[in-house]
Design a protein around this ligand. Structure first.
Ligand code: DC
Length: 214
């Protein structure tokens, strides 16, 4: 089964998705790492972003490999974040990466994290979570990761949010059947516990009702 976790940057998706996958013994899919890997290939080699995205072989796990090369740290650099957000608006880039994501999600149990997992990549996901947090909380978390001033992050974030929500290709929005969770004042374990309980409910719902005694 697929558990989709979508939402804006800084809502705590990666931490929550990783921990949920661990708790359930599911595989974690970081779709953002794919956009970042394609962006790095484009920055290094030029050409058309969609071609770079289509041809690159991406392996996700403890480390991120691009055509066999370890790019785990390189894809977190600020210029790669910026390029990832720019190439993610291109239809051809999205088509290439969504195809790779669907191929992975086709078999097994997954917690897949991104912006469009519940709406585009896996519209039939057994459980869809849209994780949010207040703009201030998200900016503070990002600032801590980046070692930057949170007010500056807040300003950039407002711009990025607007771009993500208004872009033509797969704008950031909750699927109609997604459950919205606000992580603002909640501990990670608390949010993860709630999602794990929802997965158990979803599983029960998908099983045939057991025959009662007698
Ligand atoms: O989640 P992240 O910051 O690693 O994502 C990197 C970029 O890729 C970000 O600008 C949003 C984009 N992205 C996307 O458009 N769709 C996804 N499913 C995942 C990420």
């Amino acid at each position: 089964m697929v558990v989709a976790i979508d939402g804006p940057a800084g809502a705590g998706k990666s931490t929550v998705a990783r921990a949920t996958a661990r708790a359930l013994d599911f595989t974690y899919l970081d779709s953002g790492a794919m956009y970042r890997t394609a962006a790095l290939a484009y920055l290094e080699r030029g050409g058309r972003p969609a071609e770079r995205a289509a041809e690159i072989e991406i392996e996700l796990g403890e480390r991120v490999l691009a055509n066999g090369r370890d790019v785990t740290e390189a894809i977190r650099r600020p210029e790669v974040s910026e390029a990832a957000s720019q190439i993610a608006v291109e239809k051809g880039v999205r088509a290439a990466l969504v195809a790779k994501q669907r191929e992975l999600l086709d078999r097994g149990d997954w917690v897949a994290e991104g912006r469009d997992i519940g709406t585009v990549v896996a519209p039939d996901a057994a459980l869809k979570i849209f994780l949010t947090a207040s703009p201030e909380a998200r900016a503070r978390r990002r600032a801590l990761e980046l070692g930057a001033d949170w007010r500056t992050v807040l300003r950039d974030q407002a711009l990025r949010d607007e771009q993500d929500r208004s872009r033509e290709q797969s704008p950031l929005r909750a699927a109609a059947d997604a459950i919205e969770l606000d992580s603002t004042d909640r501990a990670v374990e608390d949010v993860v516990g709630q999602i794990v309980a929802l997965v158990r409910d979803a599983r029960r719902g998908s099983l045939p009702t057991p025959a009662g005694p007698g």
